[in-house]
Structure formats: structure tokens, C-alpha cells
Design a protein around this ligand. Structure first.
Ligand code: RUB
Length: 318
């Protein structure tokens, strides 16, 4: 698959979910590096930088995407020779993919410890990190039941329901607006995250914050399962996470909209759950309260003030 094809698949959501997007971007950079034959290091860096820009522009909210691209691209600046620059970049891409897969597995194992036999768990959207916890608990013999939301408008809940059903987990499939109605039957909620800010706010699929609010009201625990590369370093210096708003076609067809001249369709893809409504975040490095986001960014992502300035350019002309 070419880099442009990967970018297109991420944009159209054929590849979706923050972890998968990050791994696909790393793979695309790896493959692109292997495909191109630049004359010198500077040309290589410039071509890779262009490729990185194309990938990062596909979806604006999942911080896993720029974080993955940065991890692969940033050390390029220190390279002095073309062949080793290529080799090292390709190795970093592969190592990110491996670490990302390992992180999801680890989160499943850690998360399962926070689920008790007999629990009723509610999940929203389709998060491999959140589902990993539920699947692991089931695998360990716990008798659990799940409420899975539909997730309008793109119906990611259908994938979640299929995965749970295939695993033999009793699942109640509900429309998004039924979450509060059923909250009294739920023991804990687990979702994934597209981004986590320095103040512990969690950005995830639209509707997550309403579910967190309903959980808070019902005194039901609300957990977030997220790899450490979902934390957003530049929120330390006040950068806001952009909430993607997708085409109205996902909600009402052009034909329908033509008949409703006074109606504007709004389609935000994610929302922000304040840290106050999040009990804790399950990462591959352990379980943390949302208030510890700063420490995770500093200690797990190893970001320093230099990193804060700018990600681009990854290469500098002599
Ligand atoms: O909101 C979504 C997916 O949104 P979309 O379908 O719009 O990409 C998921 O909950 C997070 O990305 C976490 O997923 P994961 O744990 O798999 O990274």
C-alpha cells in the first residue's frame, strides 16, 4: 500500500481507532522510506517530511498519530549519512508498531484486574484498548455482561458487538441515547481515548462525555484504557486538541438536506470528558488518576522543552 493509500484509508476511516491509525502511519513511513531512492540525505529528509505531513493531516484529533510520526521522524535531525538514516528510521517505525501492540496487550492484562466476576460493563465506540480489558477478563473465566452502544453516525458499535459476540460475551446492544437509562444496571464503564490532555481531560468518540456524566451521577466507575502515546504533550503549553467535525453526509443525505433549507447538520466526531468524571486511566505503564497526566507526558513520553517548540521541520538545510 502506498503512503497516499494509507492516508486515504485513515481519512475515510477504513483504518480507524487511535492505536490502529498510529500503527498504520508508522508502517506507511517505513514502507515509504523503503520505496524512495533519494540522491542524498537532505532529499530523503525532505521527502519523508512531506510524507509525515500528509499522514498527520488526515485526522486532527487522535494525538497517537502525530506522536507516532514524531517518534519515527524526530531523530532524523541528528543523522549525518543517508543509508543509516534510512535504516534507523525503518527500525524506529517497526519498533513503534511492536511496542504499540505490546502496550494494548499489557493494558488488557492490567485492565482485567479492575473487572470483577459478575460485573456489568458499559463500553462506547470501538476501542481495542478498552475491549482488550473486557476480553481478557472473559478469557480469565469471569462472568461478565456488556452494554455496547451503537455509536452513531458511523456505527462502530457494530464492530464492538461482533467482537464481543464472537468471544461468547453476553452483550446488550443499545442506542447511544439509552446509556443513562441503563446506567443503574452497570458496574463500570470502560472506553478508549484519542487524546488525553495535561489536565487529564479525555477526548474520545462523541457521546463519551454524556456517558461519563451519567456514570458520575449514578456513582458508577468510569475508566479509560489508553496507551501512553495517547497523551498530548503540547497541551502542556496550552495547545488545544482540535475536535474533528466530519461531513454532514454521514448524518443526512444531500437530498434530505436540500429539503431542509433552515437545517444545518453538525457532526463533531469526538468530545471532551473532564478529568473530574474519570476515575482512572489504564496504561501499559500502570494505572493512574487523570491528574497524573503531566507526569506521564514527562516520564513515559520523555518530552522536554525542546520538543515543545515545533515538530517540523524534521530536517534542516546546512
Ligand atoms: O473514539 C474512538 C475511535 O474513533 P474513530 O472510529 O472515529 O477512529 C476510540 O474509542 C479511540 O480511538 C480509542 O481506540 P483504540 O483503543 O482502538 O486506540
Amino acid at each position: 500500500m502506498t503512503l497516499e493509500e494509507t492516508a486515504e484509508k485513515i481519512q475515510t476511516m477504513e483504518i480507524r481507532g487511535a492505536g490502529r491509525i498510529a500503527r498504520a502511519a508508522a508502517q506507511a513511513l517505513h514502507d515509504h522510506s523503503q520505496t524512495i531512492h533519494p540522491a542524498d540525505l537532505l532529499t530523503y529528509c525532505q521527502e519523508m517530511e512531506k510524507a509525515a505531513g500528509i499522514l498527520v493531516a488526515t485526522r486532527p484529533t487522535a494525538v497517537s498519530l502525530p506522536n507516532a510520526v514524531n517518534l519515527v521522524m524526530k531523530p532524523l535531525k541528528k543523522e549525518s549519512e543517508l543509508q543509516s538514516a534510512k535504516k534507523n528510521l525503518e527500525e524506529r517505525a517497526c519498533s513503534f508498531i511492536t511496542r504499540s501492540e505490546e502496550a494494548v496487550n499489557k493494558i488488557g492484562k492490567i485492565g482485567a484486574k479492575h473487572i470483577r466476576d459478575g460485573d456489568v460493563v458499559l463500553t462506547h465506540c470501538n476501542s481495542e484498548a478498552a475491549l482488550g480489558c473486557i476480553l481478557k477478563a472473559h478469557e480469565q473465566g469471569m462472568n461478565i455482561e456488556v452494554y455496547a452502544t451503537e455509536v452513531r453516525p458511523r456505527n462502530q458499535g457494530h464492530i464492538t458487538a461482533r467482537t464481543l459476540s464472537d468471544a461468547g460475551i453476553r452483550t446488550n446492544f443499545i442506542v447511544d441515547s439509552a446509556a443513562r437509562h441503563f446506567m443503574k444496571e452497570v458496574d463500570l464503564c470502560i472506553t478508549g481515548a484519542d487524546a488525553i490532555t495535561v489536565n487529564g481531560s479525555v477526548i474520545n468518540k462523541i457521546g463519551t462525555s454524556q456517558i461519563a456524566l451519567a456514570a458520575h451521577e449514578a456513582r458508577v466507575s468510569f475508566l479509560v484504557a489508553a496507551e501512553t502515546y495517547k497523551f498530548a504533550p503540547r497541551t502542556i503549553v496550552g495547545e488545544r486538541i482540535l475536535i474533528e467535525e466530519r461531513t454532514p453526509d454521514e448524518i443526512l443525505s444531500k437530498e434530505m438536506r436540500k429539503k431542509l433549507p433552515y437545517v444545518t447538520v453538525r457532526n463533531p466526531t469526538f468530545d471532551i470528558t473532564p478529568a473530574d468524571y474519570v476515575d482512572y486511566i489504564i496504561t501499559e505503564a500502570g494505572v493512574f488518576p487523570p491528574e497524573m497526566a503531566y507526569t506521564i507526558i514527562k516520564e513515559q513520553l520523555h518530552w522536554d522543552n525542546d520538543d515543545m517548540s515545533s515538530d517540523l521541520p524534521y530536517c534542516e538545510e546546512e
